[in-house]
Structure formats: C-alpha cells, structure tokens
Design a protein around this ligand. Sequence first.
Ligand SMILES: [Zn+2]
Length: 246
Amino acid sequence: MTSFTSNNVAVQQAFPAVWQVSGVTGTTPQGRPLQAWQIDLVTSGCLLLILGATHGDEPESHWLVNQWMHHWGELTREAKGVVAIPCLNPDGLALNTRQNANGVDLNRNFPTANWSQATDSLEKELGHPYYGGPTAASEPETQWLMDVLEAYQPKIVLSVHTPYKVVNWDGPPHAQSLAEAVGTVTGYPVTHDIGYPTPGSFGTYVGIERGIPVITLELPEESPDVLWAANKTVPQACLEWIESNR
Ligand SMILES: [Zn+2]
C-alpha cells in the first residue's frame, strides 16, 4: 500500500496560503497530533467537513483526502467553507489496524443512544475488530472529532472509507439526493442501508442524532489512478449540492 502513503506536512508546505491549520487540537494515545485544516470559513462558515482514515487499515481514504487538498484549486471554483481531516486515526494508520492504538473501532465509539447495543456480545470485548471501547466517547480521537463538530457546525459531512464501493447516507431525508449526486460522480451504487447495525457510529451520531447529512463514501480497492478518476470532483459535487439546497 506504499502508493497510498502521503503526509500532512507536505500539504501544509505545498499550500500554506490555502489550507490553514485548525486551532482545535488533539493527541492520539501514542502521542500523534490530530489535525484539521480549513479554507476560508469567514464568509460562509463550514459548509463541508471531509473526514479520512477513521480506520487505520484504509490508507486509500487518507490518500484521497490529501489528493483533494493538494489539487483543491483545480477542482473547485470557489474554495471556501471547507474543513478537512485527512486522518482521524494516525496511530491505526501507522500500525495498519482498523482500530486505534487502544484497540477501539472509532466508528463504534461515538456517544449515541444505541452505543451499548452491540449485536454480537464479542463486540463488547477488547480484541474484536468492532470493539466500541470501555465507555462511549472513551477515545481521544472521538472526543477530538466531537470538538471539531462543535466548533465548526458543518452543513454536511463527507466521510471516506474502503472497500465496499458504495455511497451510503445518514441524516434527514434530503441527504439521499446528496448521496445520489456523489453516486452520479463516482459511478458507485447508492444505498441507505449497509445491511448491519452500527451502534456508536459516526453516521448515527452526526446524521441521525444531529440531523446533519453524512455521506459515507466507500472506495473500492483500486489503483490510485482509477480512484482519482472516479472521485476527484466529489467535493465539488458536494459544494454544488449545498448551493442548490440552501
Ligand atoms: Zn472504514
């Protein structure tokens, strides 16, 4: 997977005038910084929050968010109102694990009403790939992303994963049309139900419980060239959707 490696420092050095480091800071269990980057929030607030690498064994998602940041000026007519998090789980990315360094699946650790309702009792045990943590929001990465959401109040969220090649959505009914817009760009199927319960998931926390449209973009395991061709204009499609749904 070395073709998908990249780093945030390079983004900052390449486009320091475009992407500004967020003041909302956090630190992982292994001491790595958690960082968000922002573009011109003055005129519009945060329209779009982009999230990569919730799962550390999905480096394509980290790579794609970095690619969007590098090529932002070419891809969007108006570069404003965006916050990007290339990697929510830098410890997991370094360890090549789905979970963070504490063994917690961050996408099961959000303090939702259904947090404790793991369908398989093994999911309540450390060592299970979907282990949701000892308590809801136990993990520093989860707490930090909650702080980011509180600070920026995004209008929509785009969360990137692998490997299912599908566009999933959570949130109010009109989020479906956003998912369809992303599906049109990517050519990936659009679905509302991924077929299994996800207690404590980010989509439940943000989409269902806070009413913010959340798109989960599940990339297929393809080469960088193929992924880029299918996904490069996804952020633009999201911003255009916001423009036409004000
Ligand atoms: Zn994932």
